[in-house]
Design a protein around this ligand. Structure first.
Ligand SMILES: [Fe+2]
Ligand SMILES: [Fe+2]
Length: 210
């Protein structure tokens, strides 16, 4: 199938992404702001990935999903290795226990793998016309399970564990672990942003050539 051409909203997407890079940078002093920012970046990359699916650009959709996964896994590892154990040390005084966040991480890993498998199947389907459109709809319906679960989990973290941990942990300990994580996170964002921008520029070229 030849790539579907795109119109106005694509440009908006580029600017939304650039805006995230330049204007929504947190000061990285609290877990709520730091991880909240990670979630915003992840949401935006996931949306660009879904745009690629809608456009029938499956190679791009796979690459974008890989960018999403790399960043997602980095932030999840920080939560698993640093935040949740510390949160657990303080006992179950929060809205939700530490064990729930871990269970949700396991479920997210499982759903992410399923989503990746569905995407590979769609990409290899070699369908066109109505069949392709219907398969894209079916894929997005399935992907909604993963997307909805992640949104729910992020909301839970932003309303529960993160602000609760900001209150519990002293600022010296916070600063000592946020600094190295942010450095790693920003390197990962820079490297993946290159891929995202390169893909978006190919879409832009398609528009200019039509
Ligand atoms: Fe998480
Ligand atoms: Fe998170």
């Amino acid at each position: 199938m030849s790539p579907v051409t795109v119109t106005g909203p694509l440009y908006t997407t580029i600017y939304v992404y650039i805006n995230i890079q330049k204007t929504v940078m947190p000061d990285y002093t609290t877990f709520t702001e730091t991880i909240g920012h990670c979630h915003d970046v992840l949401d935006e990359i996931f949306l660009i990935h879904q745009e690629a699916v809608l456009l029938g650009r499956f190679d791009d959709a796979i690459q974008l999903f890989n960018c999403y996964r790399e960043l997602h896994d980095l932030h999840k590892a920080f939560e698993d290795e640093k935040l949740i154990p510390k949160f657990n040390e303080h006992g179950n005084h929060g809205r939700w226990p530490a064990s729930l966040y871990l269970q949700e991480h396991d479920k997210i890993r499982e759903l992410m793998q399923k989503t990746e498998n569905y995407l590979t199947t769609l990409s290899n389907s070699e369908l066109d016309g109505r069949n392709l459109r219907r398969n894209i709809i079916a894929f997005l319906d399935r992907e909604k399970t993963f997307k909805g679960y992640c949104e729910h989990h992020q909301d839970r973290e932003e309303e529960g564990m993160l602000p609760e941990l900001d209150d519990l942990a002293d600022s010296g300990w916070r600063a000592g672990i946020i600094g190295p994580f942010v450095e790693e996170w920003e390197n990962c964002v820079t490297h993946n942003t290159r891929t995202v921008k390169k893909i978006l520029m190919t879409w832009e070229t398609t528009v200019q050539n039509t």
